[in-house]
Design a protein around this ligand. Structure first.
Ligand code: GLC
Ligand code: CA
Length: 567
């Protein structure tokens, strides 16, 4: 039997603060803005909020470069304002999860500045190495950053190179140093003592680097060396160390884990001795690309179903999963796996697809109203198309693709559904000025479709995606024995457009999800036999009509059957 836990039943709403809601008119999202939208978040039926980094940061990677772990970025407000938001969230029964970014800090962090100067105890807080070759002018090894370019930066003042797996402003912490781990644990306790309920841990499986830092596979143009630092030799030891803090508070942990397979996940998320409660993996976000969004392939539902089948089956009654379709790194899913033409319909179908899988549900700001990727490849003549982008990784990938001979046109076209910028446009609240995001000039362009796609309009329409999400979140709870804890069984594995699966509770109650994830007219006799004869419809992409001879675009339904009554 699957062990019941509060965190398994959660639906969690992710806030990327800069673009959520501006409360003081300076064009940047902030805590005041969050405060004004807490009732809205609560109204979705979710149980928790995950804040992408709110901490002091020079914003080289929009908050994932932290200069002070124990204070709030002045753009977002103050620590007191955070405490108010925390209390107000708790009053509404919403848990609050903070982003914990400990693979690296900002190069503006005190620890790093002191490390440069070899001030104790910070001398070995980072991964410093002498250069190689004559005069020590060559990098210590051939590793490349995830944001392409060398993973090493030379600091004349210290006469050594430091490792950075991300931007050069993000030096990697040396977790092999026990003092570093003590400092991190203090940071964790700081937030847990304040009352936060847990952490989302950034690229956490990368914190243990192989001894001797051996060269990586030379043909990798980015993240070179990953085989030596992802799921590294001491990862379980270090995570268990951090877990001791979590256990003291009965808090919650979800860890971001690049290149994760279900089998690998079992090494982190099983039983009372687990090091994490669940992992954020990536395989299901690779149904329209090869490893990274920029290497595009046509969307393959078959590939996606295979991934879900593998995860749902391998983790069943053993480990736990984090189910998401969007976040601040993943461009809007309707533009990727769905259809902008059938925005609402495909948005509903995708929502149904992932909401009844076993795992904790994550929803990213704006996903619930069906925000789409902005068209950065359509720009006024004579202007610089790249001026619209702000994300450090976009520029790095662009430069790399240029080197490989891709045309500007191609790179811009791919950027539409690959650049992280496309997930980061301001939330569209109203059809008014700046989409109701800010009274001032927004820090980032609002998607022009805000006149049609916005919260205010969606609230008024009973058939909107927003109201559909509310129903889904409620149904997932109401039928949690099947939806959250049930056994997954897939049908028509090889069909290119149909996704049909059951979730079966211990008592036999069965949820059946039937989806056409395309705009094609598919004969309904293809799937009719999977709808049990006693099935009752719970939810439908097209309200108020039954399946005709062939499917409509993105048509789908959720059924319940074999319900035990009177027991
Ligand atoms: C994670 C974050 C991403 C960030 C990176 C480095 O993948 O989600 O936004 O750039 O780690 O911190
Ligand atoms: Ca502001």
């Amino acid at each position: 039997m699957e062990e019941r836990k509060w965190f398994k039943e959660m639906s969690m709403y992710q806030i990327w603060p800069r673009s959520f809601k501006d409360g003081n008119g300076d064009g940047i999202g902030d805590l005041k803005g969050v405060m004004s939208k807490l009732d809205y978040i609560k109204s979705l039926g979710v149980d928790a909020i995950w804040f992408s980094p709110l901490y002091v940061s020079p914003q080289a990677d929009y908050g994932y470069d932290i200069a002070d772990y124990c204070d709030i970025n002045p753009d977002y407000g103050t620590l007191d304002e955070f405490k108010e938001v925390l209390a107000a969230a708790h009053e509404r029964g919403l848990k609050v999860i903070m982003d914990l970014v400990i693979n690296h800090t900002s190069d503006q962090h005190e620890w790093f500045k002191k490390s440069v100067k070899r001030e104790e105890p910070f001398t070995d807080f980072y991964i410093w190495r002498d250069g190689k070759g004559k005069n020590g002018k060559k990098a210590p090894n051939n590793w490349m950053s995830t944001f392409p370019g060398s993973a090493w930066e030379y600091v004349p003042e210290r006469g050594q190179y430091y490792l950075h797996l991300y931007a050069k402003e993000q030096p990697d912490l040396n977790h092999d140093n026990p003092t570093v781990r003590e400092y991190i644990k203090k940071v964790m306790r700081f937030w847990l003592d304040m009352g936060v309920d847990g952490f989302r841990e950034d690229v956490i499986t990368e914190i243990s680097k192989a001894d001797g830092l051996p060269n990586g596979f030379p043909l990798m143009p980015a993240s070179r060396g990953m085989e030596h630092y992802n799921h590294g030799p001491h990862i379980h030891e270090y995570l268990s160390d951090y877990r001791t803090v979590i256990k003291d508070y009965d808090a919650f942990q979800v860890g971001e884990a690049p290149l994760l397979t279900p089998k690998k996940a079992l090494g982190y998320v099983v039983g009372d001795e687990r090091e994490l409660d669940m992992c954020i993996g990536f395989q299901h976000m690779e149904a329209d690309c090869i490893l990274i969004g920029w290497l595009k392939t046509p969307f393959s539902l078959k590939k996606l179903k295979k991934v879900y089948d593998n995860w749902q089956t391998t983790l069943y009654q053993k480990g736990w999963n984090a189910n998401y379709l969007e976040n601040h790194d993943q461009p809007r899913v309707i533009s990727r796996y769905g259809s902008e033409k059938y925005r609402v319909e495909s948005g509903k179908a995708l929502a149904m697809m992932y909401s009844f899988l076993s795992g904790t549900q994550f929803i990213y700001q704006g996903q619930e109203i069906g925000m789409t990727c902005p068209y950065f490849d359509k720009y006024p003549e004579g202007t610089d198309p790249w001026a619209q982008f702000k994300d450090v990784s976009t520029f790095c990938v662009r430069d790399l693709m240029r080197k490989f001979g891709f045309s500007q046109k191609h790179i811009l076209k791919v950027a539409h559904t690959a650049a992280r910028d496309c997930a980061r446009t301001p939330v569209q609240w109203t059809a008014g000025k700046n989409a109701g995001f800010s009274d001032g000039e927004p820090w980032y362009a609002v998607n022009p479709n805000y006149t049609e796609v916005n919260v205010e309009a969606a609230e008024k329409d009973p058939n909107s995606l927003l109201n559909f999400y509310r129903k889904i979140i409620a149904l997932r709870k109401q039928y949690k024995d099947a939806a959250v804890y049930g056994k997954f069984e897939i049908h028509l594995k090889r069909h290119p457009h149909l996704f049909v699966y059951d979730k079966i509770a211990e008592d036999g109650t069965k949820l059946t999800v039937v989806l056409n994830l395309s705009d094609k007219a598919i004969p309904c006799k293809k799937f009719a036999k999977y709808i049990p004869s006693d099935a009752q419809e719970l939810l439908s992409v097209y309200d108020g009509c039954s399946f005709a001879a062939v499917t409509k675009p993105y048509e789908g339904k959720l059924y319940i059957s074999n319900v035990r009554t009177g027991e």
